[in-house]
Design a protein around this ligand. Structure first.
Ligand SMILES: NC(=O)c1ccc[n+]([C@@H]2O[C@H](COP(=O)([O-])OP(=O)(O)OC[C@H]3O[C@@H](n4cnc5c(N)ncnc54)[C@H](OP(=O)(O)O)[C@@H]3O)[C@@H](O)[C@H]2O)c1
Length: 461
């Protein structure tokens, strides 16, 4: 290429980039001016699902500060009431609480009905969400269905209910809280990634249908965000470094800025934005390889040349669990105080029976005898029979078995029964104990697996 031609190509490229940037800037300016967040005076009503904690509660605070009247939706009424009182006192806006389980069609219907009678609905945040970590095949189908109902069915139904109201006002905003996982379907999150990806695609298509109507939509795709999400859903953070975590406040602030600028997909955080961009060009085979190398648990049924116990998939997973124990040592101590020794050993034996860890079986059988369990009862628990447990502990012991069989992702209805039987504090303490013994079991089984491999299958059974 001659020098002259090179200069010409450079100049043309420069002009093209300049034109695209100018058009983009103009588009953003227009979007800003038309933003529903900008209108002065009465802002209308914002309905936020999953407002009892985390991103939802942060959204509620930000919108109350901006002057919206609020309807807060979730299951934990006490949390919603406390937030409602706080927000209405601080920002002088009306705040209403609507208790609804969005995994239940009746719960969704009650929110739809509330939307239909809210003529001034201006903002909808479909934020409620849950996670079920672990291999798909080890999660109960009920927990997967509950996730699909909350993430997909509820979001789509509430959007459908909200749009006629917003279109009549020629103004409104809908934020569907998806996840960076919408770009990265990784092992251990098959249904989660699929539902979040569904929300993202749904939002993008809807955006095109709604262009020019005054109603805007956004798929918010956060990366790791510090909320209760990981604790509530028993997700270990897999040694995620501190710098990778964002606060719910900065996630919501970015979402609102992007909404003002008319950005349909909002990915808070520069690093996460780059990752989202990369997802379009990264070879799928590389993604699958990384996913395979980093997957957390091997499904129990994975053929390991005759070794069939559940183990850690890598040292990083063991480290992540070890970190969990260190970080939560105070809560674990409190849980041990709340659940007496005999009760605790029954739970531990029930989990150990499922995971088939021979070291924990032996150790906890001894502790159980010392705590007052009879030899018969210990034997029965190790055979998977909870028949001899004191009646008041039986629900928890059966739950422990279910929890272990579901690899720490219990059926939500069964979990609810645990909470109703023992109260939230005791139920949380019980789950902490289950998680603690599960870590012991996986460590023992992983040690056995190493023995098994090193000895060519002779040891480690
Ligand atoms: N934290 C992260 O790293 C992260 C990253 C990407 C995306 N997200 C997404 O962000 C959203 C908010 O999560 P978060 O991080 O703020 O977690 P969070 O603190 O655990 O909040 C989840 C909210 O969803 C509500 N919820 C769960 N199941 C529900 C059901 N069946 N019916 C009604 N409400 C239900 C919970 O309220 P009740 O329990 O009171 O019902 C809670 O208010 C979720 O959609 C999540 O997938 C989170």
């Amino acid at each position: 290429m001659t020098e002259k031609r090179r200069k010409l190509v450079g100049l043309s490229l420069g002009i093209a980039v300049g034109i695209v940037a100018a058009l983009r800037w103009r588009q953003r300016q227009r979007a800003r001016l038309a933003s529903p967040l900008r209108c002065a005076g009465d802002k209308g009503v914002a309905l936020i699902t999953g407002a009892s904690s985390g991103i939802g509660a942060t959204y509620a605070r930000a919108l109350a500060r901006a002057g919206y009247a609020l309807i807060l939706v979730a299951r934990r009424e006490a949390r919603l009431q406390a937030l409602a009182e706080d927000l209405s006192r601080q920002y002088h806006v009306p705040v209403e609480v609507l208790v609804a389980d969005l995994a239940d069609p009746a719960g969704v219907a009650s929110v739809e009905a509330r939307i239909a009678e809210t003529g001034a609905l201006a903002f909808l945040v479909n934020n409620a969400g849950l996670g079920t970590p672990g291999p798909f095949v080890e999660n109960t189908i009920q927990s997967q269905e509950a996730m699909i109902r909350v993430h997909v069915n509820a979001a789509i139904r509430l959007t459908r209910a909200a749009l006629p109201v917003m279109l009549a006002r020629q103004s409104g905003a809908i934020v569907n809280v998806a996840s960076l996982m919408a770009f990265y379907p990784l092992p251990g999150s098959a249904t989660y990634a699929a539902t979040k990806s569904c929300l993202k695609v749904f939002t993008e298509a809807l955006h095109q249908e709604l262009m020019g109507t005054g109603v805007r939509v956004q798929a918010l795709c956060p990366g790791f965000t510090r909320t209760e999400f990981h604790d509530v859903n028993n997700i270990t953070e897999r040694g995620v470094p501190d710098f990778a975590w964002m606060s719910a406040e900065s996630v919501v602030a970015q979402s609102l800025r992007d909404l003002e600028a008319g950005q349909v997909i909002s990915v808070p955080g520069l690093g996460y934005r780059l990752l989202a961009l990369l997802s379009g060009i990264i070879p799928r085979s590389l993604l699958y390889f990384v996913g395979y190398r980093t997957r957390r648990y091997r499904p129990a049924s994975t053929p390991l040349g005759g070794f069939h116990k559940r183990t850690y998939a890598g040292f990083a997973d063991f480290l992540a669990d070890a970190r969990y124990l260190v970080r939560h040592r105070e809560q674990l101590r409190a849980a041990m105080r709340l659940i007496g020794p005999a009760f605790r050993e029954r739970l531990m034996l029930a989990v150990t029976q499922v995971n088939a860890c021979r070291y924990c079986s032996e150790y906890h059988a001894k502790l159980a005898l010392r705590s007052g369990l009879s030899e018969d009862e210990v034997r029965q628990l190790l055979d998977g029979d909870a028949g001899h447990c004191p009646p008041e502990q039986r629900t928890a012991v059966l739950y422990a078995r279910h929890w272990a069989e579901a690899a720490g992702n219990p059926d939500p209805d069964i979990r609810q029964t645990l909470i109703e039987t023992y109260g939230t504090d005791k139920a949380v303490a019980i789950e902490m104990i289950l998680r603690m013994i599960n870590i012991g079991n996986l460590s023992g089984n992983t040690f056995d697996y190493i023995l098994y491999r090193l000895s060519g299958g002779r040891l480690g059974h």
